[in-house]
Structures are given as C-alpha cells and as structure tokens.
Write a protein that binds this ligand. Structure first.
Ligand SMILES: [Zn+2]
Length: 317
C-alpha cells in the first residue's frame, strides 16, 4: 500500500514539472535516443565546438530500471535537458531519481536544474567546487549567455550537488547494480565514471574522447594517463565517452585517448627538458597524425600549450 502511494506521488510530481517552463526556450536540435544495452539509452552530441548545435556537443545517458531512472550527465543547456527528458518519456514513465555528473564543466552541467525540478538527486565528484568556487565558473556562464543565447540565458543556473562522491561507491536500483568510480583530478578538478554492472557498460565522461581531439584544459594529464592505463576493459560490452560515438571496442577508444595524451606529453617533455620556447616546441613537432581528427583546429594547440605549462610546473617540483 505504501509503495502505491509513493509511486503515485512521484507521478504527480512529474506531471506538475512538465508544465511548460517559459524561461526555457524549446530546442530544435536533432536528438535521437539510442538503445545501447538492455537498460542503457543515450543521446550523442555533435563533434563540434561548445557553442555549435545549440550547445549539444556532449553525450548523456539514462539507465532505465523498474524502480526509477538514473541519468548520467546533464547536457549543456536546460533546453537540451528538457528535450532529453521528452525523449526518455517515449520509452519510460519511471521517475528520474538521480543525476550523476561525470565532472563540472559547462557542457555537462547547465541542464542540471531541469532534472532537479523533477526531484532528482544531483551527485558529483569531489573537486566540483574547485571549478564552481573560482571566477572561471561565472565568467564561463556569462560568456555562454552571449555565445549560446537564447539557450543559455539569465535564468540558467549552475547547481551544486546534493551528494559528493570521494571514493568508490556502489548502489542498486530496480535490480541493477551501479558502481561509481571516483578518479580524482584527471580531465578536470574531479572526475568520476559509472559502471552499469549487469549491462557491462561503462559511462566514462570525458576520461575518454572518441572521434575528436580531447579537451585537456586544466587537466592533470599525468594522473589521467595513469588512470587510462589501469582501466580494465576486458569484460566491457560497450563504453560511452563524454563526447563522440559509443565505443563498441572499448580498448581501442581507450588506446586513442591514451596515445594522444602520451604523444603530446612526451613531445612537450622533450621541449621542456631542452628549454625550448612554446612556439619553437610546437612548430618542431609533426602533428599530422592528429590533423584530420575533428576539433583539431579549435582544441589541439591550446591543449599542447596547457600540457607544456604543466610539464614545466612538474619539472620544477
Ligand atoms: Zn569536460
């Protein structure tokens, strides 16, 4: 009896929150919900830069169980998050109970408020506040209110998590076992991945980039590389990266991100050891093996510069 009451109150909650929110403009992007495994569905953003395709450049997944839905990452605008929910409703009416955020970067978190309105618990890795409490978080939001108008606007808010993850954490819902792996500082100030055990699907967030140049921004590439070398992909059915297409050959996807980071680090390590200036170092390397990968022009040189600076810092320690 109690169960029936709680389920019907969830349903009411859902209907209430579906009333049109006028501050969220309707998205017109093409977004197809794809079934990856028995319980995991996802949508795939385009491979362009952050302000293209109405900001739909990152991936998001929903794991649908008989007792509720877990969402992994929240997309780059509230409009995209609303559209994603519409897509989910075509396959399930279960309540969305948790949104697990792989890391706090704009393209994965600006849709959070939409899930929160539905009553979902927001879960994020320790380190989120290193992003959120620095001026960069607000500067980025201000910049996106211009570059992603009207999708990011005055009402767009960055929400804090309800629960912070700082160690490996397991939970079950509707007979499905989930494992959240806390990774520390790698791609960002705090990263996590989610393993959906019965489906053998790993949601890797931005630890893996598939089909585009990774974004290394403020990354700790040393730790990132170490983590990639440790991932046990032998039993995985599929790996969904934070950007790019699903990797049905997880070991290949891991290898590609690993190769990129390894190559840039070793070339820049040489330059730092030889005390070359950045321009000299960059120009001395033949980057042609990466040139045809999407986002090379927008991301590569900046990545190399950031890694050059971090190696200089590492060498001074
Ligand atoms: Zn990121």
């Amino acid at each position: 009896m109690l169960l029936i009451i709680s389920l019907s109150s969830c349903a009411n909650e859902y209907i209430k929150s579906q009333s049109p929110n006028l501050s969220i403009p309707k998205s017109h992007v093409k977004m197809d919900l794809i079934k990856l495994s028995e319980h995991v569905y996802y949508v795939q953003g385009s491979s362009g830069v952050a302000t293209e395709n109405e900001g739909f450049i990152s991936n998001t997944a929903a794991i649908i169980t008989e007792e509720g839905i877990i969402v992994f990452d929240a997309l780059g605008t509230p409009s995209l998050a609303s559209l994603f929910i519409q897509k989910i409703r075509e396959v399930s009416q279960q309540p969305i109970v948790k949104v697990i955020v792989s890391h706090y970067h704009a393209d994965h978190i600006y849709g959070l408020s939409v899930f929160k309105e539905l009553g979902a618990e927001i879960i994020a890795p320790l380190g989120y506040s290193d992003y959120l409490d620095l001026p960069i978080a607000n500067q980025r939001l201000e910049e996106r209110r211009i570059s992603l108008a009207p999708w990011v606007n005055e009402t767009t808010k960055i929400l804090r998590p309800d629960t912070v993850i700082e160690t490996k954490t397991s939970f079950a819902l509707g007979g499905i076992d989930f494992e959240i792996n806390y990774l520390g500082r790698a791609h960002s100030d705090g990263d996590l991945t989610l393993l959906v055990k019965q489906d053998k699907v790993l949601l890797s967030g931005d630890l893996i980039f598939e089909g585009r140049i990774p974004f290394t921004g403020s990354a700790n590439t040393k730790h990132w590389l170490e983590l990639l070398e440790q991932i046990d992909n032998s039993t995985l059915h599929a790996l969904l990266p934070g950007h790019g297409k699903v990797a049905e050959n997880p070991s290949l996807a891991i290898k590609e991100t690993l190769n990129y980071l390894k190559t840039v680090r070793s070339k820049m390590q040489f330059a730092v050891d030889e005390m070359m200036s950045f321009d000299e170092a960059y120009d001395s390397v033949d980057w042609s093996e990466f040139e045809d990968i999407p986002a090379f022009k927008s991301a590569h040189r900046i990545n190399v510069f950031g890694i050059y600076l971090s190696l200089e810092e590492e060498s001074m320690k």
